[in-house]
Design a protein around this ligand. Structure first.
Ligand code: PMT
Length: 407
């Protein structure tokens, strides 16, 4: 990577209780000197081998050891860390922590952050040869590799026990190279301008009431956050939600579909990609009441008119950004989603059956099918909305790359 490529990058270094822990101070020192923002996490046994003070002095940041730690704003630290880290390195990773990671334990700061982050995880094992070659350890390493963890080392050489064999921590330059490789890969959207809409619109009935929907904004906010972390310049157009906007994005708040439309149209000439994840009302009051509607004992009829189909209007334009919409359906109506894709002139539609367990409105997970205008559908399993965002943005990155090649 170029000289300042690590500058400002958010790197988590998780230290376990092994004799090789002292070597990690050198890695942390190098990263900090390169300008990276390094957060150091300790397992309970790490402090038996190295002092948190050493790492605090190197990073000028607190070392995170207490799983119940709260941030200054009262936020839960492991969640905040998990969302901001661009890569998590567990080094040295012991047999015990490998087992806890492989089986989804969440009993200390290291395993909590490892479970909660969508960032790439690098594991650098260090232990005696017999332990590393034990079937249980081999099985745990294989499980973690299947889930996408990168395993660096261990090397073969003299071990703490005095024996010679496999189990030495990989050389620090090798771990550093893998960190740089991961960071380079995850900045694939550097320089790309992405506008994401999120949340539900609110259409006023009278000064007190509105027509709304169940969108929490989580899907759109996850896309904005992951896009920002992958280097994109992100504008987030958000309906009223109870979420903290991701760091580093430009936030525009809207309420009604017409306000969303205006905000989105204002971005069209300065964005490369539009992701319309917002739940936009199809109807609004023909004339919202200026006074609170009173009970009269009689049936109340509301006169509603159609809102413009915002994304379809953009899709009909001769020139428009890469256009991604969502299809919120009740049932496995891939064909309905496909017809929306075509009718609205989209490049891709994300089909989600909002009646499926763990999918759709308000959930932290979603089960979607990515349906491109050209190419095969990609049906994804139930994933976190951050992982859905990673998959969607990988398609965006590939599509932009293909378009640049064809120019
Ligand atoms: O916010 P969450 O709680 O995480 O929930 C996520 C979600 C379920 C809201 C999200 O995954 C989702 O499906 N968003 C789209 C909801 C929706 O409006 O789907 P639709 O099938 O009604 O609309 C199809 C597409 O047209 C959508 O991209 C929508 O934003 C867009 N649209 C719809 C109506 C309208 N007047 N203008 C539009 O642009």
């Amino acid at each position: 990577m170029t000289d300042n490529a690590l500058s400002g990058r958010r790197i988590g270094i998780a230290v376990c209780g092994g004799i090789a822990a002292y070597k990690i101070a050198g890695l942390v020192s190098t990263l900090a000197q390169e300008g990276a923002e390094v957060d150091v996490l300790f397992t309970r046994d790490a402090a038996r081998f190295v002092s948190p003070l050493t790492f605090q002095a190197l990073t000028h940041r607190p070392v995170h050891t207490d799983p119940w730690e709260l941030g200054t704003s009262g936020s839960i630290t492991h969640v905040a860390l998990a969302r901001t880290l661009e890569v998590l390195v567990v080094a040295p990773v012991t047999a015990h922590t490998l087992a806890r990671l492989a089986h989804g334990f969440a009993d200390d700061m290291v395993t909590l952050v490892a479970l909660a982050t969508a960032a790439p995880v690098i594991l650098a094992p260090a232990m005696d040869a017999e332990m590393y070659q034990h079937p249980a350890v081999r099985h745990n390493v294989a499980l973690l590799q299947e889930r996408g963890c990168r395993v660096i080392g261990p090397a073969t050489g003299r071990l703490a026990s005095g024996l010679v064999g496999i189990g030495r921590l990989a050389d620090i330059p090798e771990i550093l190279a893998e960190i740089e490789h991961c960071l380079a890969a995850t900045r694939d959207l550097a320089g790309v301008r992405i506008t994401v809409t999120a949340g539900g619109t609110q259409e006023p009935i009278d000064p007190v009431r509105f027509i709304g929907n169940r969108s929490s904004g989580k899907m759109g906010y996850a896309i904005a956050e992951v896009a920002q972390r992958r280097g994109a310049e992100v504008t987030l157009i958000s309906g009223p939600v109870a979420l903290i906007p991701p760091a580093g994005v430009h936030l525009k708040r809207i309420r009604t579909a017409l306000e969303l439309r205006s905000a989105l149209h204002a971005m069209l000439s300065k964005t490369d990609v539009v992701v319309q994840a917002a739940a936009v009302a199809d109807y609004r009051m023909q004339t919202p009441e200026q006074q609170k509607i009173k009970r009269t004992g009689a049936t109340l009829t509301l006169q509603l008119v159609e809102n413009p189909d915002i994304i379809a209007e953009i899709g009909a334009m001769p020139e428009h950004p890469l256009l991604i919409g969502f299809a919120a359906e009740t049932g496995q109506n891939l064909e309905v989603a496909r017809s929306k894709l075509r009718r609205k002139g989209l490049d891709l539609i994300v089909f989600n059956d909002i009646t499926r367990e763990g999918s759709g409105f308000g959930t932290d997970t979603n089960e979607v099918t990515l349906l491109p205008a050209e190419g095969e559908p990609l049906a994804l399993p139930l994933l976190s909305k951050h992982e859905v965002a990673e998959q969607l943005l990988a398609w965006v990155s590939q599509m932009l790359h293909t378009r640049r090649q064809s120019i």
